[in-house]
Design a protein around this ligand. Structure first.
Ligand code: ADP
Ligand SMILES: O=C(O)[C@@H](O)C(=O)COP(=O)(O)O
Length: 427
């Protein structure tokens, strides 16, 4: 029965679970769908996050997919009342010079007849803060954080007003920290002032969760908000919901345990090293052997078969930048990425066919490939492992019997011992 309060559109899969995680922690029951569902919602939940892979595709395609998601979400409201809409993008505001954040936000505003909305990628729990419209990652500005070298979405300007203005036809403004610090009434007054000045979208400063919590009530009447996952901690209260253990309840976990990782981010490199240092069973995958035609997935599955009964196994292509660069020079960036993704996805599927029922997947693109290979259409969101990464439960797909517990870890998220500790966080 459809009864949705909040409908969310996320521009990638790990980002979608990140958003869902924060909504759950603030008291909402949430499912994440992989793409736009064809059927109506059949789960009793407060929010749905539609996970798209629209971050780096051409802007018109991102707009079309986001509008399709919007149309589906609007059909799932409670008693005919359309849900509020949340457009989720990366906490490092990952976008190309022409989009896709601005074009998608404006298309959603047009479709919702929404005269004003906010934009805030702040995620203080993971060190993303905004001051005077400038985005910081930890102690440094965005354009000094490593994101300036991102292969697809290099972020070379930390001024979010400037970045978003370049992507928008509407005027972009700022609700700065001095206003946010004074609370929801001050934010509401500033919104009214900005609207009278012709501003359509405002970046909102936030240095802490308290700033986001102060901002939330001022946004209750907006049909649309756009943000990273951080703002999600403040919205369930607008619907009268409070944190509860019930929101993150999942079926009990069983079966074998495994981690597959195609992420080459610094955090994942540390996590692989930590797992190996603790004596965990770990198998590296060499992309050059895949390119040479070796059935690396079959080898990995044969290796795992004799080890899985003893504890979690890790199969990884994770490597440091100089190694991946050499591989990319030999094979091409896209070809190397796609080949490794296909192999890791085949390993993930094979592991589940052999009894794995608790699976951690590291890497955004990798997660997309694995979720598709596993035939997962929908994920129920459960307890948080680390900020931005929850356990989820899939009923359908390769593990239809009793379902599969899966955690999709964004490359940059998680503590060093994530691959060990994740399994301890499951009920
Ligand atoms: N050893 C490797 N050499 C080259 N490319 C790799 C290697 N390992 C993984 N990749 C590719 O790098 C990309 C990593 O992206 P992703 O999975 O999104 O991780 P993250 O979330 O850390 O960015 C994927 O396309 C993956 O297939
Ligand atoms: O907001 C965030 O930082 C994450 O939810 C996210 O979107 C990360 O993307 P990837 O690093 O590509 O997984």
């Amino acid at each position: 029965m459809a009864n949705l309060l909040l409908g969310c559109i996320a521009d990638d899969f790990t980002g979608a679970t990140d958003l869902a995680n924060n909504l759950v922690r603030a008291g909402m029951r949430v499912v994440q769908t992989i793409g736009v569902p064809e059927a109506p919602l059949d789960a009793e939940v407060d929010a749905v996050v539609v996970a798209l892979k629209s971050r780096t595709i051409p802007a018109p395609e991102a707009v079309a997919q986001s509008l399709a998601a919007l149309r589906w979400l609007q059909g799932q409201g409670r008693g005919g009342v359309a849900p509020r809409i949340y457009f989720k993008y990366c906490s490092t505001f990952d976008s190309t010079p022409h989009g896709n954040i601005g074009p998608v936000a404006e298309a959603l505003m047009d479709a919702l007849d929404c005269g004003f909305t906010v934009a805030t990628p702040a995620f203080p729990d993971n060190g993303r803060t905004i001051f005077k419209g400038y985005l910081f990652v930890g102690d440094v500005l965005l354009n000094e954080s490593g994101m300036q070298n991102h292969p697809l979405t290099p972020m070379t300007d930390s001024s979010l007003v400037r970045v978003l203005q370049a992507q928008c036809t509407r005027k972009v403004g700022l609700i700065d920290h001095a206003v946010v610090a004074r609370g929801a009434d001050a934010v509401a007054a500033r919104i009214a002032q900005l609207q009278s000045e012709g501003v359509g979208i405002a970046i909102v400063d936030a240095l802490s969760n308290d700033d986001l919590l102060r901002t939330g009530p001022a946004l209750a009447a907006l049909p649309l908000v756009t943000a990273g996952s951080g703002l999600a901690i403040a919205l369930p209260a607008n619907f009268g919901l409070a944190p509860s253990a019930r929101a993150s309840a999942l079926p009990p976990a069983g079966g074998l345990r495994a981690v597959v990782s195609g992420s080459c981010s610094l955090a994942t490199n540390r996590q692989v090293a930590d797992f190996v240092r603790r004596g965990g069973a770990a198998l590296p995958i060499d992309p050059l052997r895949i390119a040479a035609g070796v059935d690396v997935a079959a080898e990995a599955l044969a290796w795992a078969a004799s080890r899985m009964a003893q504890g979690p196994v890790l199969v990884y292509s994770t490597a440091e930048a100089n190694v991946t660069k050499a591989v990319q020079e030999r094979l091409g960036v896209e070809e190397a990425g796609a080949m490794v993704e296909r192999t890791i996805a085949a390993v993930a599927r094979g592991l589940v066919e052999r009894g794995v029922r608790q699976l951690v997947v590291a890497g955004g693109e990798t997660a997309g490939a694995c979720v598709q290979a596993l035939g997962i259409a929908q994920l129920q969101i459960g307890p948080q492992i680390d900020p931005g990464v929850p356990w989820c439960h899939a009923r359908s797909g390769a593990a239809a019997d009793g379902g599969l517990h899966v955690a999709l870890k964004s490359g940059n998220f998680g503590g060093d011992d994530f691959f060990t500790r994740a399994f301890e966080a499951l009920p």
